[in-house]
Design a protein around this ligand. Structure first.
Ligand SMILES: *Cc1c(COP(=O)(O)O)cnc(C)c1O
Length: 393
């Protein structure tokens, strides 16, 4: 008889990677709420409240705002496959791994997809996007707000204006920004936006909040052809989440409980306070890393607070350091993707994981591990600089 250990054998980690982030105990508790049916009046009520809370966190009045059943990539796929029809001109801005994923998906939607590229770690200027659209207009421009592969934060507002001036809709990935960094869908003029639950919302992975502006919805209504994905067809999903309540798929009830509780936590904290907390703790992390002699990959002007990227010093073994952090200190951070593999570490301070205590815990652990790799660190230097930054704020 093989032995099947109980889940109590799963270690308690501190999740400081690119997601999932630590889940608030109230969200974990919410998931053990007894189930009701997916058309139970109590659940329908909860769906309405969830949509209201989602509009608040997206800062939008968009009617079509709901959580897709699936992870962030399902949100990406839903946004793209609903808004692209065969032959549509599409421009994808690619400055990291998730821009590449969008490009890959957009091709499968059979758009005429063009790439606008910037080096990983950099962001796009409105002029760059304008030049590309002047050369050849597009129906849709898609980009990533918070590139989790590089730690760069893309300014959006002016690019949305450029897109509109050239008759394009703007689609934005906010998987690593929603709930941690300001996302202002209506004020910026973003037409379609999706996110995921497991990053700055600090929920388990499993739902993808999405929102469509009236203009994007119009595009959806005027499609000549059906969306090729039945499961992700927003016009069908909306019939379940909207007034009609027509069964489409069985909503993942427990995940919706979790998202509702996570959004209640965002509401209680307040968006401004939550963004300030993410900024403060990231600032403390950056001060601590620099005081230890490490250097950050992204210039401060467009550095993302929810995910920091730090250069791995020459001669330091990437996998061994991460292994020791995990095994000796129960802390998860992540390595680089693509060309950045072995060159950077990615440190997430997202949602519930973004706290001063966690910053100090990570810096203290790094101070213990790095000297064994031949990278000398003055004991306490990083933690002291971070503590000082936290005090000053
Ligand atoms: C994590 C992430 C995704 C994909 O989300 P999954 O939940 O892993 O499917 C998409 N875009 C960005 C920017 C991400 O960070």
């Amino acid at each position: 008889m093989p032995e099947y250990p109980a889940l109590t054998s799963i270690p308690r980690r501190l999740l400081l990677g690119p997601g999932p982030s630590d889940v608030h105990p109230r969200v974990l508790a919410a998931m053990s709420t007894p189930l009701v049916g997916h058309l139970d009046p109590a659940f329908l009520e909860l769906m309405n409240r969830t949509r209201e809370l989602l509009r608040a966190v997206f800062q939008t009045q968009n009617e079509l705002t709901l959580p897709i059943a699936g992870t962030g990539s399902a949100g990406m796929e839903a946004a793209l496959c609903n808004l692209i029809e065969e032959g549509d001109e599409v421009l994808i801005a690619i400055n990291g791994y998730f821009g590449e994923r969008m490009y890959e998906m957009a091709l499968r939607c059979r758009g005429n997809v063009r790439r606008l590229e910037a080096p990983w770690g950099q962001v796009f200027s409105p002029e760059q996007v304008e030049a590309a659209l002047r050369e050849r207009p597009a129906r849709l421009v898609a980009m990533v707000h918070a590139e989790t592969s590089t730690g760069a934060l893309q300014p959006v507002e002016e690019i949305a204006q450029v897109a509109h001036r050239y008759g394009a809709l703007l689609l934005l990935d906010t998987v690593t920004s929603l709930g941690g960094v300001p996302v202002e869908i209506d004020r910026w003029g973003v037409d379609a936006c999706y996110s995921g639950t497991q990053k700055c919302l600090s929920c388990p992975p499993g739902l993808a909040p999405i929102t469509l502006s009236p203009a994007a919805r119009e595009k959806l209504n005027r499609r000549r052809t059906k969306v090729q994905s039945w499961y992700l067809d927003l016009s069908l999903i909306e019939k379940y989440w909207g007034q009609e309540r027509i069964y489409h798929h069985t909503a993942p009830i427990s995940m919706n409980y979790a998202l509702y509780e996570a959004l209640r936590l965002v509401h209680e904290e307040g968006l401004a306070a939550r963004f300030a907390r993410h900024q403060r703790n990231a600032g403390a992390l950056w001060a601590g890393l620099e005081a230890m002699g490490l250097s950050l990959f992204v210039p401060r002007s467009h550095r993302l607070p929810s995910l920091s990227t730090v250069r791995i010093p020459e001669g330091v073994n990437d996998a061994r350091v991460r292994g020791r952090l995990l095994n000796d200190f129960n802390i998860e951070i992540s390595g680089g993707l693509g060309d950045l593999k072995g060159k950077i570490w990615r440190i997430g301070l997202m949602g519930h994981s973004s706290s001063g205590d966690n910053v100090l815990r990570l810096l203290t652990a790094l101070e213990r591990v790095l000297p064994d790799e031949g990278f000398p660190v003055t004991p306490g230097a990083g933690a002291e600089a971070a503590a000082q930054a936290l005090r000053q704020d």
